[in-house]
Design a protein around this ligand. Structure first.
Ligand code: NAD
Length: 493
């Protein structure tokens, strides 16, 4: 089902702050929330100031002692119920994602299902976080127990309004922390429903809070003395700002940034699967995924695959198979990149500029765009475009192709399409990226494997999901005890 075919009416919640278990609309500046499919205003969001961050931090701090003292096996009961609620409400949650972000229905549903999978992982944390214990000397025992960090914050981007908040909140909360979520001001509505569902699942007041806003709100979070840890997901430009400012005020920070993902297509790749997976990777979610492929390294004689990709793209209808990009500014920025590449001598094989969906003339649509004969020095080959645009760079052999990828400042994902195990292994070992794939267009690690890139795609140690997140959301305490009454039997006096 596409954006235009959905018939059920949708409830637009006001994008309210959620502090200490109550919703509120702070006085002050607000921003319109628009539906990118037709440009209509569907809600408005407060741009909260320091005082709202202060209130949320106080509510979280108040809730923390009781929540931290609740055994983890009890805490995860909330998330068993929350997972069921995500599944039960998937129609409405997916529709809300479609309305505020523009994704087509199947993509929005996949996002909510991924949230359920992330919550399922959080439900397994009691099994994964049992401590370590060892008798290190006669009668002397060392053990490690994990303690929650305290009040933490999660700052999220526009492209996954339901899933990215769920990258962090189930694990952080199940591990005993209290959280302040700062959703993207472009898509604040899904977070409101998340708060309602967490409350319905029985989460105590103050354990989860939302403060809406933009730059000023984020800066207040970075500076707040009672917030101990921050995760950020968004562009590299802002990831650097948040990482620097948060660590300067001595917080634990993990900041995920932008991407430029390369797909290596070998001449021996299975043509049908490769062409459809490559196109799906660049065009899914209108190319607005940090895992979207945006550069195809065409190695050797791969024209037959490119020709098939052109056919696949020509069969796609914007508004049905591909949603709009997030805003008018995003559409203009993406179309500018395409124009520049054309002027620099690249050949546009399929041009998605100026696409108009009948009946949705004010929507921010761009058709999937394929550009051949791009050279590595062009801006479009180096910068994150974040739209349904794929550039093709030709390479004589795999090492020449890998050399191009290694020069990218980013390092989120890379993948190779081939039938050769040797080439596949070589790419997996050599590509400078945190997530690599073989014959997979979007190599997202599923739970329990962690999500996180390399280079300027991530700042801070560890990954944001999976087992690695356990280290981020907890502090290990190392305990040594001696229950041996004999004196002088070992050096642990
Ligand atoms: P963005 O960086 O513009 O915004 C992200 C968050 O930062 C938002 O909550 C926003 O309010 C806040 N923000 C914006 N400007 C700020 C400033 N100057 N100071 C402090 N805070 C500020 O990102 P976006 O446009 O919402 O999302 C798209 C970007 O996110 C892309 O670059 C994409 O690659 C990236 N992304 C990365 C991952 C990943 O896992 N690496 C996942 C999803 C999205």
């Amino acid at each position: 089902m596409s954006v235009v075919e959905r018939t059920a009416p949708i409830r637009y919640p006001a994008a309210l702050n959620f502090i200490g278990g109550s919703f509120s609309d702070p006085a002050g500046e607000h921003l319109d929330v628009t539906n990118p499919a037709d440009g209509s205003v569907i809600s408005r969001v407060p741009l909260s100031t320091e005082s709202e961050v202060d209130k949320a931090a106080a509510a979280a701090k108040k809730a923390f002692p009781a929540w931290a003292a609740t055994p983890i096996k009890e805490r995860v009961q909330v998330f068993f119920r929350y997972k069921t609620l995500l599944e039960k409400n998937i129609d409405e949650l997916a529709a809300l994602v479609t309305e505020e972000n523009g994704k087509i229905d199947s993509e929005a549903r996949a996002e909510v299902l991924k949230s359920a999978e992330l919550t399922e992982f959080a439900c397994s944390l009691p099994q994964l976080t049992a401590g370590e214990i060892l008798e290190v000397s006669r009668g002397v025992e060392c053990r490690v127990e994990r303690f929650p960090v305290g009040v933490v914050a999660s700052i999220t981007p526009f492209n996954f309004p339901n899933m990215v908040p769920n990258w962090t909140l189930p694990n952080a909360l199940a591990l005993g922390n209290c959280m302040i979520l700062k959703p993207s001001e472009l898509v604040p509505l899904s977070a409101v429903r998340i708060a309602e569902l967490l409350r319905e699942a029985g989460l105590p007041d103050g354990v989860f809070n939302i403060v809406n806003g933009g730059q000023q709100t984020v800066e207040a979070i970075c500076d707040h003395p009672d917030i101990e840890a921050i995760t950020f997901v968004g562009s590299t430009r802002v990831a650097k700002i948040v990482y620097r400012r948060g660590t300067a005020s001595l917080k634990r920070v993990l900041a995920l940034g932008g991407a430029k993902n390369h797909l290596f297509v070998m001449p021996d790749a299975e043509p049908e699967m490769t062409s459809s997976n490559v196109v799906a990777s660049m065009s899914g979610c209108a190319g607005q995924r940090c895992m979207a492929a945006s550069v195809m390294m065409a190695v050797g004689k791969s024209d037959h695959i490119i020709e098939r990709m052109v056919e696949v793209i020509r069969g796609m209808v914007p508004g049905t198979h591909i949603g709009p990009v997030i805003s008018r500014e995003a559409k203009q920025r993406i179309e500018k990149y395409i124009g520049e590449a054309e002027r620099a001598g690249a050949k546009i094989l399929v041009d998605g500029r100026n696409y108009v969906v009948p009946g949705r003339e004010n929507g921010y649509y761009i058709g999937p765009t394929l550009i051949d004969h791009v050279t590595p020095d062009m801006r479009i080959a180096q910068e994150e475009v974040f739209g349904p645009v794929m550039v093709i760079i030709r390479a004589k052999n795999i090492d020449e192709a890998l050399e191009v990828q290694s020069k990218s400042r980013y390092g989120n994902a890379a993948s190779v399409f081939t039938e050769s195990g040797g080439i596949a292994r070589h790419v997996m070992e050599t590509a400078s990226a945190g997530m690599v794939g073989v014959n997979v267009g979007v190599p997202v690690p599923r739970e329990p494997f962690g999500f996180g890139g390399w280079n300027e795609s991530k700042f801070g140690a560890g990954d944001i999901t999976g087992r690695s997140s356990i280290d981020f959301w907890t502090k290990p305490k190392k305990m040594t005890t001696k229950w041996n009454r004999e004196a002088g039997t070992n050096w642990m006096s």
